[in-house]
Unconditional design. Structure first.
Length: 483
């Protein structure tokens, strides 16, 4: 022990490096500025090196802001050297202090064809509603159009969050079977309402041969994924609920009919597929715009098939869902179909297949419109290009390699970019378009810890420095994994 202490004491400490490391620790692990004043923390530092100089929470805050400013300059230089365009996401968040914040996130593909997501700014606002958000979008769009900074005069400027819209559609569907869902909720509440009923339900499970350790779950209001988990679990106990109806017929009044169980099974199957779609399109480390057309086509196909469902309740639910879906899909289908074409695994083949499957009568019209949009977009790049990159092959003739088939475009496009010239530039810009704000929302999951009920007096500039710096250090994956 003596030798170990002597070794620590003999090592010289660079105070500036030490303070930067402490600043990064506070940023990455959501620690308060007062962390540097903790008695045991200082005792540990002193043990490691007696020459260490303690500093106050105010100094720690200043160090963090200094780190933020340095990293901001680095990011500005990186963005200035990008070969392509930048896509932006805006999202609103209300803190526990009831202050509104807006997060501005940049999505772009760098020279190595790697997708990057960086928070540019987090700032406080005085309003928090969709109407004001739309107004802000129009103001920004008009200014950028005047400067000729947008593709096709801003035709692809404002793309609504795909996950938000589809969530709304699913909520409409769940509301359509609300009475049936309520029976499941009441059944679960009844079983979990007392120890006696839980024992009785366990007996019912034994009677019907169910041997599951996972218990029943209640969902959370307005969270469809929790409703899916509730249904998935309850359906596994269907026979036990049936036995409970026989044993406790006097008190248990919430048992669904056979038709209602079948309805719930159909909804559970749909929610399972939708859960997979949402997880796929919510990624932040790979392009998602090229994936969306196929996934939404699956959703639209499910709606079309179930328009003739034998269950009248399901049919009525589909009418409401399809009405909202058609309105949204008309707004965004163009840009996502174009993104699909730039996926070397899919190209025009997938779009043609989807149009044909949905409605063969509109297939030709849909493909004609898609080709026209592609031509229009290409002409924009062609007119702005100062050099022509010769190519002897068309995009249609390219066969993706193994890595591309797995969805990894980086090596494919780095190697083939020079062959395609303007097409490569188009692909770079289109594939970087984010289709969901899930990534930026994950920044606010850390925001709830930055501005917790114990730390609600942080200045807006410090909130921005903490959230942005953590994103630049660890990326969005750290938020999603809770690290």
């Amino acid at each position: 022990m003596v030798n170990a202490v002597a070794k620590f004491q003999a090592r010289k400490i660079d105070q500036s490096v030490f303070r930067e490391l402490v600043a990064k620790t506070i940023i990455q692990h959501d620690l308060p500025f007062s962390y540097v004043e903790y008695e045991r923390v200082r005792e540990t530092w002193k043990y490691l090196n007696a020459d260490v100089k303690f500093f106050s929470r105010n100094t720690a805050a200043a160090d963090i802001y200094k780190f933020y400013e340095i990293e901001t300059d680095k990011l500005k230089r990186e963005l200035a050297q990008l070969p392509g365009r930048i896509s932006l996401i805006t999202d609103l968040w209300s803190a526990l202090t009831h202050e509104g914040y807006m997060c501005l996130t940049a999505h772009y593909i760098d020279r190595n064809w790697k997708l990057n997501n960086k928070i540019l700014k987090v700032f406080s606002i005085t309003v928090d509603n969709a109407g004001n958000n739309d107004t802000m979008q129009e103001i920004v769009k008009s200014q950028l159009v005047l400067r000729d900074d947008l593709l096709c005069k801003g035709e692809f400027f404002h793309v609504r969050c795909a996950t938000h819209i589809l969530n709304i559609i699913v909520q409409i569907g769940l509301k359509g079977i609300g009475d049936t869902l309520e029976k499941i909720r009441e059944s679960i509440k009844y079983v979990k309402g007392s120890e006696h009923r839980e024992i009785l339900f366990a007996k019912c499970m034994e009677n019907v041969g169910i041997n599951l350790k996972a218990g029943l779950l209640l969902d959370v209001a307005n969270r469809w994924n929790s409703t899916f988990k509730m249904l998935d679990r309850a359906l596994k106990y269907r026979a036990a609920f049936g036995n409970l109806k026989v044993i406790d017929a006097k008190n248990y009044k919430f048992h669904p009919t056979d038709a209602e169980w079948h309805r719930l099974q159909q909804m559970s199957d749909f929610l399972e597929s939708f859960d997979q779609i949402t997880n796929l399109i919510s990624g932040s480390i790979y392009p998602t715009s090229n994936l969306y057309f196929m996934q939404v086509w699956k959703f639209q196909n499910w709606l079309t098939v179930n328009e003739s469902n034998q269950d009248e309740v399901i049919r009525n639910m589909i009418v409401l869902m399809k009405e909202r879906f058609d309105k949204y899909w008309a707004e965004v289908s163009n840009i996502f179909a174009i993104a699909t074409v730039f996926d070397p695994r899919l190209k025009l083949t997938l779009a043609d297949y989807c149009f044909a499957k949905l409605d063969i009568s509109t297939r030709e019209k849909g493909m004609k419109h898609l080709r026209a949009q592609l031509r229009k977009l290409f002409e924009v790049y062609e007119n702005k290009s100062n050099a022509v990159s010769p190519t002897t092959e068309s995009r249609e003739d390219v066969t993706p390699d193994d890595e591309t088939a797995k969805g990894n475009f980086s090596n494919y496009d780095v190697n083939n970019g020079p062959r395609f010239g303007k097409l490569a530039s188009m692909a770079c810009d289109i594939l970087s378009i984010p289709i969901t704000t899930v990534a930026s929302e994950s920044s606010f999951s850390i925001g709830t810890r930055v501005l917790s009920k114990y730390r609600n007096r942080l200045l807006p500039r410090n909130v921005q420095a903490l959230i942005c710096s953590r994103n630049w250090l660890k990326g969005f994956e750290s938020y999603e994994n809770g690290k």
